[in-house]
Design a protein around this ligand. Structure first.
Ligand code: ADP
Ligand code: MG
Length: 592
């Protein structure tokens, strides 16, 4: 109920005039609808009475009486047009607000939120659930009061016109209402299953199409076709079942309607003979019966509509009510051009309550210093890199930039001064040029190329038929992992941030290219604070300092030479990698 009242409030707020106009149009169309059976009955009685009196009926006389029917018809047509247009407008306004609210909200959420809600899940909320809301406005909010009023008025008219006929006609209505509600609910559960089956089918399709080369090379076509066939068969089966229920229901409803009309006509005819009813009154009765069936059938739709809206609304508000843990102060400090000093003071952080990813970490990186992070996978290196731009909120300890707690800074200015290149690069399906200039859309071509040259990707881009204008495929498949990483590096170089975080950013390029990139970036790193996370020792030997992590804690810290001498964890890692490198060299030599 709370969900529904929130949706209603959202629809009403700021749209009062639109809502009232919609109701007025609906009301007018309802009155026109109610007038028609009455007028038709009048015309019939007029004709029958004239004939009974032995008078001849003049065409003009009929035309005069029927013109009122045409006029109400015209009014109804216009009112229905206005009602449909206005209610759709109202519904679209709500959908538009909800979509934007949702998108805006998701944009401003922290990473913890995105860990919890997966892309597909968020997409279905933004599209399907918003659509359910639109349907609610049209199907329940506007039509609800209208149909309830229509039902009440028609019931009164029927009972008032003839109590016996009224009771006979009305006695069918609960049956029709219950039947159509039951069918709708049953159908809705089948549609849910079909939706799940369709989602499953599309996963199979996607897996199969993207992995087509693998499927073919393993000769697995037969198996794949069978898998698809089975899922496709289930969908057809469910659809046929749904159609069966639907048609059975509509046939039964049709039968009930005809049965009630038939009964009314038989008893009505008898009453006409008895002189208790006129032919026009009976005609009115039959027409009103037709009008009554509209709101009664709608009850089924309403039940379904409300059930769907409550679940969709709950899912949407679930997201909208989630607050980002990362919150800005009311008047945050704008970080202009920082020196780039980074300080961690006893920082402890865990993605979940139960497990800490980093424990009591303290270090200080001087402005302009290049520090390399090293440690086994899962030792907390990336976590630290993600905490500096405040992607996650820490609850213990403090992180400072130039001595300022990052919690006191504006998020935009903080992130604007940090360039982060991750192991898994994210490119957008636009041109390479636009991808490089993603954060700096005003930069010119020569600046873009300069950045690409430093990132060692310029020469490759030049070989592409459309060079910098080449559009990156949606899944990035027209570039290798290493090329994508280098484009990301170019993006960061162009952005020219005071702090540079390279998180395994060269993991997908070969050792020589990595060395080339790092050498070229030496100049770039000269005047800025840089943290390089990598597992390749050759590339970090030249760092000013190394910090070695182990299970979320700092194990060792110092220059390469100092750490080699101290015979600790670093020495161990170093020796292991040297042995591995020697082995590789032997293998390569033996192949030559
Ligand atoms: P590293 O970069 O050194 O390989 P991470 O900082 O990525 O290590 O991970 C540190 C710990 O935090 C690991 O135990 C990892 O499983 C966990 N972790 C990392 N990212 C997440 C996340 N988004 N949600 C939950 N746990 C995470
Ligand atoms: Mg990592």
């Amino acid at each position: 109920m709370q969900t529904l009242s929130r949706i209603i409030k959202l629809t009403v707020s700021g749209n009062k005039t639109l809502l009232i106009s919609t109701y007025i149009a609906t009301f007018i169309s309802g009155i026109a609808l109610l007038l028609q059976p009455y007028l038709i009955g009048l015309v019939i009685d007029q004709v029958v009475e004239s004939l009974n009196r032995g008078e001849s009926v003049h065409v003009n006389q009929i035309l005069q009486s029927t013109s009122l029917i045409f006029i109400t018809g015209l009014i109804r047509g216009i009112a229905v047009y206005c009602q449909s247009y206005l209610s759709e407008k109202l519904a679209q306004k709500l959908a538009y607000t909800m979509r934007n609210k949702f998108y805006d909200h998701v944009q401003h959420m922290d990473f913890k939120f995105h860990d919890e809600f997966h892309t597909g899940n968020l997409m279905s909320r933004a599209i399907t659930d918003v659509e359910a809301m639109r349907m609610f406005v049209i199907g329940a909010m506007i039509r609800g009061p209208y149909f309830i009023l229509l039902f009440s008025v028609v019931s009164i008219i029927l009972l008032y016109n003839d109590l016996l006929l009224g009771i006979i006609a009305m006695s069918f209505m609960p049956v029709i209402g219950i039947m159509s509600s039951y069918t709708r609910l049953k159908l809705s559960s089948i549609w849910k299953i079909v939706q799940e089956q369709l989602a499953h089918l599309s996963v199979i399709l996607q897996e199969n199409l993207t992995g087509m080369k693998v499927v073919k090379s393993f000769n697995a076509q037969q198996h794949e076709v069978k898998k698809f066939d089975l899922e496709s068969f289930y969908i057809s089966k469910s659809m046929i079942r749904a159609t069966k229920i639907q048609t059975r229901n509509s046939s039964a409803l049709e039968f009930l309607y005809i049965l009630s009309t038939g009964l009314v006509v038989v008893i009505g005819a008898y009453k006409i003979i008895e002189g208790d009813l006129t032919a026009g009154q009976l005609a009115q009765f039959v027409f009103y019966l037709g009008v009554l069936a509209i709101p009664v059938r709608w009850i089924g739709m309403l039940v379904n509509n409300i059930a769907r809206t409550v679940s969709a609304g709950t899912r949407l508000f679930d997201v909208l009510d989630k607050k980002s843990e990362v919150q800005e102060l009311k008047s945050p400090i704008i970080l202009k051009k920082p020196q780039g000093e980074i300080t961690f003071k006893n920082v402890t952080f865990g993605y979940t309550e139960t497990k800490q990813a980093i424990k009591n970490i303290s270090f200080k990186i001087e402005p302009g210093e290049t520090v390399a992070f090293l440690g086994s996978p899962g030792s907390g290196k990336s976590t630290i890199a993600q905490l500096i731009p405040r992607f996650y909120e820490i609850k213990e300890g403090q992180i400072q930039i130039d001595g300022l707690d990052i919690k006191s800074l504006s998020l935009k200015s903080l992130r604007n001064n940090i360039g982060i290149v991750r192991q898994s690069p994210t490119l957008f399906p636009v041109s390479i040029s636009e991808n490089i200039a993603y954060q700096d859309i005003d930069s010119n071509q020569s600046e873009i190329e300069k950045a690409a040259k430093i990132a060692q990707i310029h020469n490759y881009i030049k070989t592409l038929p459309n060079a910098y204008q080449t559009i990156v495929n949606e899944d990035g498949s027209n570039l290798s992992g290493g090329q994508k990483q280098r484009i990301m590096i170019a993006r960061t170089i162009l952005h020219n941030p005071a702090i540079l975080l390279l998180d395994d950013s060269t993991s997908s390029v070969d050792a020589t290219t990595e060395e080339n990139i790092i050498n070229a970036m030496k100049k770039v790193m000269e005047n800025r604070t840089s943290i390089i996370i990598t597992h390749r020792l050759n590339t970090i030997k030249n760092a000013d300092r190394l910090i070695i992590f182990h299970e979320g804690e700092i194990a060792e810290e110092g220059t390469h030479n100092k750490l080699i001498k101290s015979n600790g964890l670093y020495k161990e890692i170093y020796n292991l990698q040297m042995i591995a490198d020697e082995k590789n060299k032997d293998i390569i030599e033996s192949l030559q």
